[in-house]
Write a protein that binds this ligand. Structure first.
Ligand code: NAD
Length: 302
């Protein structure tokens, strides 16, 4: 069984991005461009309220950004900020030529419309790829769009391990705008035959077992077990849930991060699997910064 090591691939991506960013600052091709900012791609992460999980993800993004020499700015807004005020912050960042990428950390409080907010980000700065323009580009299989980071990370992980996708049956469990839907579309664009399963799917085990590549993004710790998989499958576990052992029927007392797949239960059956932690999570962060560097190149015409 092959473990798809997202940390190793992330570190290789980091090396490539660091070299690129060093070259931006030492060989500025358009120094007189209005968006010249010392050769450092800049990402602004807007956080609304105090979600603990979001704070963890933001810390990871800041740490990776530092490693590669990008600038990451964290703007915190109060949890009761009005939509109008949030949109004004985004408009200001859209107009700021020293900012190349903007993220509004999801989830945002319920009184705000996620669709309106992400659509307000200028498409060329929408490095999370969640705005309408980039979603349409993914549907149209146009390379000019930004692919959502988790989806891009999954595709890069498979490509690194030279796992073929064309002609394969891919089952994606989960249909969120953030993960399930864009991932299904990316596989379709890569010539796979795609099935999307979700919480109303009745014969889930039968469907998951029929996959050549099974992607699980349901947010249900360890819900894919040995009866749901078959020999030789490639398993991509996207799930990240903080749990204690009690929930997993294990004698773990402290909080741990669990994936959607019971790794130990399936590891002797499947052909390859991405672990949690250390699989898709690190790939997501690296892919976001690949998008940021592309955004920088587009905006400064490197
Ligand atoms: P979500 O809650 O928006 O969507 C979950 C999806 O799973 C829904 O479409 C739902 O229909 C489906 N689902 C739920 N229960 C199911 C069941 N019993 N059977 C079949 N389908 C079921 O979540 P999301 O934002 O898509 O995230 C999914 C998971 O991935 C979460 O654990 C999240 O933390 C994780 N995540 C990880 C990364 C990463 O970088 N690794 C990035 C984003 C999200």
């Amino acid at each position: 069984m092959l473990v798809l090591d997202g940390k190793k691939v992330r570190d290789e991506i980091a090396k490539t991005l660091r070299t690129k960013i060093e070259a931006f600052s030492s060989h500025p091709p358009h120094q007189h461009s209005r968006s010249w900012c010392g050769g450092k791609p800049k990402l602004v992460i807007v956080q609304v309220g105090d979600n603990e999980e979001s704070a963890t993800y933001i810390r990871q993004k800041k740490a990776f950004g530092e490693t590669i020499g990008a600038v990451v700015e964290h703007q915190k807004l109060p949890g009761d900020v009005s939509e109008k005020d949030l949109l004004a912050v985004i408009a200001k960042l859209n107009a700021d030529t020293s900012v190349h990428g903007i993220i509004v950390q999801i989830p945002i409080p319920k009184h705000l419309s996620e669709n309106i907010v992400v659509d307000a980000i200028a498409p060329e700065k929408d490095v999370d790829g969640l705005g309408g323009v980039n979603v349409k580009r993914l549907w149209e299989n146009k390379k000019s769009g930004f692919m959502p980071a988790t989806t891009k990370g999954i595709m890069s992980l498979l490509s690194y391990y030279e796992i073929p996708v064309a002609g394969k049956h891919v089952v994606v469990v989960g249909r969120s705008l953030l993960v399930g839907k864009p991932t299904a579309m990316a596989f379709l664009n890569a010539d796979a035959t795609v099935t999307i399963a979700h919480r109303h799917t009745t014969n889930l085990s039968e469907i998951t077992r029929s996959a050549d590549i099974l992607v699980v993004a349901a947010g249900k710790p360890h819900f894919i077990q040995r009866d749901d998989v078959r020999e030789g499958q490639v398993i991509i576990d996207v799930g990240i849930t903080a749990v204690t052992g009690e929930k997993l029927n294990e004698e773990i007392t402290e909080w741990v991060i669990a994936g959607d797949v019971d790794f130990n239960d399936v590891k002797d059956i499947v052909g390859a699997i991405s672990p949690v932690p250390g699989g898709v999570g690190p790939m997501t962060v690296a892919s976001l910064f690949q998008n940021l560097v592309s955004a920088y190149e587009i905006q400064t015409k490197v």
